[in-house]
Design a protein around this ligand. Structure first.
Ligand SMILES: Nc1ncnc2c1ncn2[C@@H]1O[C@H](COP(=O)(O)OP(=O)(O)O)[C@@H](O)[C@H]1O
Ligand SMILES: [Mg+2]
Length: 459
């Protein structure tokens, strides 16, 4: 997938660099053009002052008209007036000095004013004649006043500006292209490699060749590349394991299937054994039958789990209290264990959930409790609303969960600690609760009993 140049990272950065460099140049240019004009004006004032020095030496303070004109021409001014602290004044002027359009007193000009005046010159100052006043640098206290046309100033300021403009353009292009090149080299290139690799990895995650190459870079991109590489490695291993497990699962399915049929045949055989009159045989047969029953049940549950997909939920709204009553009734029906059922769920709590699946969760929890308390006990179920959750506690006063079952309690096939157990009940319960947007955790367990805590989103 290619991004159009002006929308790409490098394109945008290129543009931004040009803009920033130009902005920088403008910030430099504005005061420097004002300073340029000021220097020019100072120069005229000093030149005018120099020209008047000849007057002081001349007899009666008068010069030959051509000499005067030549001196003014050299100073590039039309007229000069000099006022000394002793209040004497000298004046030189061309024959017909042009009328003055503007007067600038450099003794009183601030920086902002100087900037505006400079732009004034370049905008429409070409044909103006101006008068400039300043204190002489050579003779403090002496005020020099010069009059001249701005044409020359206008032209040199324009030249100066053009030079700066050209320079700025060259500079910004140079900077921008070096930024561009380094960016390509440091970021865009590696990013492209990463993107291309991701695409390849997505197509074929199991192929070792699609893993991103290792890098020596220690910067952020290098880090990203390293964690990407680690992630790909882990993912590939997980995938491989999943594939193996899936294969194992289907093999298990086949074995289980055959085993169940074999066991069914054995059951028929044991049924005829039960008819036997031999007391020794009659004594062992019930145990044989119940062992085979358990084996068949285990096979069936394992097969169901292996074949089941994530169930489609069919949510409905119902009273939690009523459902718990139903669970108690059903569970009590096929056991001889004496159980004291306490349903403490407030009657007004309703949940939106798949009734069948949620029923199954509570049925599993109750059966587990029952299995743990063969001599009878108490099962108490309570619930409360807590902000945006409904919290349900299932508590029994059994002997607690054996240590070895606790570690992998919610993992399929791993959490069982009783003979004939599949270790699937709690795993399926958790899968189910999470599908509903809730969860199930073991809140506490010990010699006094066990408490499972379930949550469901409240609505
Ligand atoms: N309420 C309980 N009290 C004591 N032990 C329990 C309780 N619930 C579960 N267990 C223990 O946790 C194990 C795992 O339960 P479960 O996942 O339902 O698998 P299974 O019931 O097939 O063994 C059980 O074998 C049992 O040892
Ligand atoms: Mg169970």
């Amino acid at each position: 997938m290619r991004v159009p140049f002006w929308r790409s990272l490098s394109g945008r950065l290129l543009l931004l660099t040009v803009l920033f460099v130009l902005l920088g140049e403008v910030l430099i240019y504005v005061p420097s053009i004002a300073r340029y004009r000021l220097a020019y004006l100072h120069e005229r004032v000093e030149a005018g002052h120099l020209a008047t020095l000849a007057l002081e030496a001349a007899p009666r303070g008068q010069l030959q008209p051509e000499l005067e004109a030549r001196m003014l021409g050299h100073a590039m001014v039309d007229a000069v007036v000099l006022r000394t602290p002793a209040r004497s004044s000298f004046m030189m002027s061309v024959d017909m000095p042009p009328p003055v359009d503007d007067t600038f007193d450099l003794r009183e000009s601030g920086p902002v004013e100087l900037i505006f005046d400079a732009f004034d010159v370049m905008i429409d100052g070409k044909d103006k004649t101006i008068r400039v006043l300043d204190e002489s640098r050579m003779a403090p206290g002496t005020v020099v006043e010069v009059v001249f046309g701005q044409g020359d100033l206008y032209k040199s300021m324009r030249d100066f500006s053009n030079r700066i403009l050209t320079l700025s353009i060259i500079l910004s292009l140079l900077t921008a292209s070096s930024v561009f090149v380094s960016l390509q080299w440091l970021m865009i290139g590696p990013l492209r490699t990463i993107t291309a690799n991701l695409a390849r990895f997505r197509k074929n995650p199991e192929d070792r060749g699609s893993q991103i190459a290792d890098t020596n870079r220690s910067d952020e991109i290098g880090l990203a590349q390293k964690s990407l590489s680690d992630m790909q490695r882990d993912l590939r291993r997980a995938l491989l394991q999943k594939t193996r497990l899936a294969a194992l699962g289907s093999a298990m399915g086949k074995v289980n299937h055959d085993l169940r049929n074999t066991l069914a045949t054995a059951m028929i055989a044991s049924d005829s054994l039960a008819q036997s009159e031999d007391p020794a045989v009659q004594k062992v047969t019930p145990r044989l039958v119940s062992a085979m029953d358990r084996a068949v049940a285990l096979c069936s549950r394992t097969l169901d789990y292996a074949q089941s997909d994530e169930p489609e939920l069919e949510p409905a709204r119902f009273s939690l209290h009523r459902m718990i009553d139903d669970v108690a009734e059903i569970v009590a029906m096929d056991t001889d264990v004496k159980i004291d059922w306490v349903n403490e769920v407030p009657a007004d709590i309703e949940v939106t959930a798949d009734h069948i699946q949620l029923f199954r969760v509570f049925q599993n929890l109750s059966r587990n409790a029952l299995d743990a308390m063969p001599n009878g006990g108490r099962i108490c179920i309570s619930a409360r609303r807590d902000n945006d959750e409904i919290v349900i506690d299932v508590v029994d006063n059994g002997p607690g969960i054996p240590e070895k079952a606790q570690a992998n309690l919610f993992q399929p096939f791993a959490g069982s600690a009783r003979p004939g157990g599949s270790g699937l009940g709690l795993a399926i319960a958790r899968e189910n609760m999470r599908l509903h947007g809730g969860d199930i955790t073991l809140a506490e367990t010990g010699a006094d009993g066990t408490r499972f805590r379930l949550t469901l989103p409240a609505d």
